[in-house]
Design a binder for this molecule. Sequence first.
Ligand SMILES: Nc1ncnc2c1ncn2[C@@H]1O[C@H](COP(=O)(O)OP(=O)(O)O)[C@@H](O)[C@H]1O
Ligand SMILES: [Mg+2]
Length: 268
Amino acid sequence: MSAHSPLPSHELAIRVRALQVGFGTRLVLNNLELDVRRGEVLGFVGGSGTGKSVLARTILGLVQKRAGRVEVFGEDLDQLSKEGHRAMERRWGVLFQHGALFSGLTVLQNVQVPMREYLSLSPILMDELARLKIALVGLKPEAADKYPSELSGGMIKRAALARALALDPELVFLDEPTSGLDPISAAEFDELIKTLQQTLGLTVFMVTHDLDSLYSVCDRVAALADGKVIATGTIEQMLAAEHPWLRTYFHGTRASRLTLARAQSTGA
Ligand SMILES: Nc1ncnc2c1ncn2[C@@H]1O[C@H](COP(=O)(O)OP(=O)(O)O)[C@@H](O)[C@H]1O
Ligand SMILES: [Mg+2]
């Protein structure tokens, strides 16, 4: 269960090496290494405030790194021209942890935000495309004209996912997408992610604390502690790992025994 696999770059959606990111005197990520394979859903876990969101934002180019190398689809992001980076931004979509939706815009208008920024389409075509995305995430057509305040938590997450999918990305970053949802809505959202992975061939980098999500949607799990990815592997490998942090995380009192029992009995 190594922190990264020896897969060639072209089989990886994300490849991070010797990454250092800090704020002031504090180093948050310290020589972090990570591989995300094309087509997989990678669940990214770690204690609160350990740098999960910072890692996602660094890969996206929203946080500056101090050292290291970040490749997406085999391209070193530091080597890309401005146009090259913009082209890359069209290949990924993001569902931020706190930036769910613009409250002053309808769902349709929210989904069109990336379209307006990156594509030059007629209003009619943009409406059609946005409605397709809204259907894709399982929202009813009438949700398009609603404002976020009129939606349930689960519907807001779906709408935010529709926005993340606006540009037909190959890679999606989801930062705690099911946090705050009731278990049924969370399970439905998980199912949607799995379906999108299978039908669209999406690669998904998903920060989550939801053990159910780790079992039901994630192909592999990576764990962050002390600024590093301390382990990467299947959920079974994580459950069997000796590392004290992993043992506490996956077998601690807050890790539902029911969930564990179910995973072990179904081999999920
Ligand atoms: N822009 C920033 N400026 C200063 N500190 C930050 C900034 N963004 C994140 N941090 C700090 O980095 C650490 C990791 O944050 P974060 O990645 O959000 O944690 P989490 O693993 O919970 O997502 C936290 O201590 C946070 O306060
Ligand atoms: Mg976070």
